[in-house]
Design a protein around this ligand. Structure first.
Ligand SMILES: O=c1[nH]c(=O)c2[nH]c(=O)[nH]c2[nH]1
Length: 287
């Protein structure tokens, strides 16, 4: 059978990058950071037929190299807009590799808004979902479990993780300055009078959410566990009608990127955003 290669294209998808723009004033917990995040797809077309038809890789720029390039360019680019960063990436590929005829860069942005007036706290725009589960049993008090899901929050400093258990399976190094990002799910339980139709669900939701967010950024976090507990405590404090709260805080890792060429400094600026595997921390706190 006679066939021919009609079209081809290859590259790397979902290169997830975040960048902390730091004005570099000491101390770090008073710097006013900007935090930006994008997922980048890079696709190349050009003189690549032989890779498909002959197994000849000599002109193939590895997709791994495409990924490295995104992190390397993020180091020098301010990532002000995904359009301008996309252009910088596409221009790089056309300039560097003369056998590339087309570079398509598709980007999606996670938009981080400042969390209150915190210099390093951020909340992802338009994601949080209010939730409620109402249970009425005959001859029993009503129970209302209110909550919020998908509340994506991050702090770009004031978080570390040190002194955790040592054994031959441990490879993670201690760090005293990392990004802490989580997609918070919170559920709090009203019983009895607070769960009745006269309950101030609006005011309580506002108070709980505000306590959770304020507490997330108001201290140096020694672990997700510690921060979770403090947030839960503050939420119960802010909402006397709730008698327990459950928080789940997956650790959405932003890992320091290795920026090429080897030896290029990356002083907590450019990060690899990973989805899986992720740490998962949950607890229920009661009065
Ligand atoms: O805050 C954290 N808690 C952990 O239990 C943990 N485990 C880990 O690898 N990183 C972290 N971070």
């Amino acid at each position: 059978m006679s066939v021919r290669l009609a079209h081809n294209c290859y590259g790397k998808h979902r290169v997830r990058v975040s960048k902390v723009r730091r004005p570099r004033q000491a101390p770090s917990n008073q710097e006013r950071h900007e935090f930006v995040e994008a997922a980048v797809d890079v696709e190349l077309e050009g003189d690549f037929d032989a890779a498909f038809t002959e197994g000849d890789n000599r002109l193939v720029v590895a997709t791994d190299t495409c990924k490295n390039t995104v992190y390397a360019l993020a180091k020098d680019h301010d990532l002000e807009t995904i359009e301008s960063f996309g252009l910088a990436v596409a221009e790089h590929f056309l300039e560097r590799y003369t056998h590339v005829t087309l570079c398509r860069v598709s980007l999606t942005q996670t938009v981080w808004d400042r969390l209150g007036d915190s210099p390093h706290g951020f909340v992802a725009r338009d994601r949080a979902t209010p939730t409620a589960v109402v249970t009425l049993e005959r001859d029993a008090e009503p129970e209302v479990i209110a909550g919020v899901a998908k509340l994506l929050i991050a702090k770009t400093t004031e978080s570390g993780f040190t002194d955790f258990h040592r054994d031959e399976f441990r490879t993670l190094a201690d760090t005293d300055d990392r990004i802490l990002a989580t997609e918070l799910t919170a559920t709090w339980v009203y019983r009895g009078a607070g769960a009745g139709s006269g309950g101030d669900f609006i005011g309580n939701r506002r108070a709980v959410t505000s306590a959770l967010l304020t507490t997330f950024v108001d201290h140096y976090s020694r672990s997700v566990q510690e921060t979770l507990y403090r947030m839960a405590e503050a939420a119960l404090d802010a909402c006397p009608e709730a008698d327990e709260i459950t928080l789940a805080m997956p650790n959405k890792h932003h890992l320091l990127a290795k920026v090429v060429p080897e030896g290029t400094p990356n002083d907590n600026e450019v990060f690899v955003v990973t989805d899986e595997p992720f740490g998962y921390i949950t607890a229920t706190v009661k009065r």
